[in-house]
Write a protein that binds this ligand. Sequence first.
Ligand SMILES: Nc1nc2c(ncn2[C@@H]2O[C@H](COP(=O)(O)OP(=O)(O)OP(=O)(O)O)[C@@H](O)[C@H]2O)c(=O)[nH]1
Ligand SMILES: [Mg+2]
Length: 358
Amino acid sequence: MAAHSHVLPFLSPSPSARCSPCGRRAGLLRCAAAAGQAGFFTRLGRLIKEKAKSDVEKLFSGFSKTRENLSVVDELLTYWNLADTDRILDELEEALLVSDFGPKISFRIVDTLREEIRDGKLKSGAEIKEALKRCILELLTSKGGNPELQLGFRKPAVILIVGVNGGGKTTSLGKLAYRFKNEGVKVLMAAGDTFRAAARDQLEVWAERTGSEIVIDNDKKAKPASVLSQAVKRGKREGFDLVLCDTSGRLHTNYGLMEELVSCKKVIAKVLPGAPNEILLVLDGTTGLNMLQQAREFNDVVGVTGFILTKLDGTARGGCVVSVVDELGIPVKFIGVGEGLEDLQPFDSEAFVEAIFP
Ligand SMILES: Nc1nc2c(ncn2[C@@H]2O[C@H](COP(=O)(O)OP(=O)(O)OP(=O)(O)O)[C@@H](O)[C@H]2O)c(=O)[nH]1
Ligand SMILES: [Mg+2]
């Protein structure tokens, strides 16, 4: 019998309660045997998302460069008058382009605004700004799908993290583990980046820092798929809630390495049908719209379920969040807004729009 797989520890208001099937004490509210593990993961995804609402300040400071870039919008709209509409909308479009909203979206937004101004629906700079925010929010919510993590119905849930070199995969995995551990989740990390010894060491540091367990294969010739398979097996055997799988960076144009990811996905599914529950593609926010091609290729090969957009604190081009969602119809699930432990935020469209257009 797997070690205490019934437990939903983080839902617990009562540290002294016992799990009825196995009687162990771990601060239980209820047991998955009764409530269904589906509830466990649905709630977990939601809980993590709800936390985002309380972290608005962090998000706000993380987007300071993008906001600065877009502050010209406020200046433009303060002095807007009907006769100046064309010039101001041109400049607005330019400001959006510079912030990486991408040509298609920038044009579409400005076109919508132009129409609403022409129809007399928008009569002041303030109204135009609100309409602009509404347009962006609509783009994010209509195309992006559900930004909540979908962790399935069975323990352990498995998240596979993929992406090009240096985008922030390992760091994001560590920050994710930190978030989950704070909710009382039992996390196992899998050092699937067998390419460099330093990558294993880096993940080990994160495991220590977050109090997570880790599976490492010290054999230099170890294949990533084999490490991930071992980890998921252990996760299942020992009743872990979540297995977080790191992978090495790879260029989307490298056929052999992309195929390796397909094997990783397959071995995970072999141990746990239906897993990985999430395949999160890490995209470096500072790379600009190049990330669109990366995202397309990764999605074609492994089927991406969500994005983690990192280093948004280091770039003035936060509009790329909207571009990737619009181009690919895949939700941004997390954003990296700094190097600290708490600087990975569940993505919240409304908070994002407020952070870039306060
Ligand atoms: N400012 C900032 N830096 C970040 C963020 N996320 C990651 N980094 C930094 O980016 C660098 C690369 O991060 P890693 O997590 O090692 O990237 P990786 O994708 O695992 O790299 P490889 O495994 O070599 O492909 C590190 O210095 C991180 O601290 C972020 O959101 N903001
Ligand atoms: Mg790494």
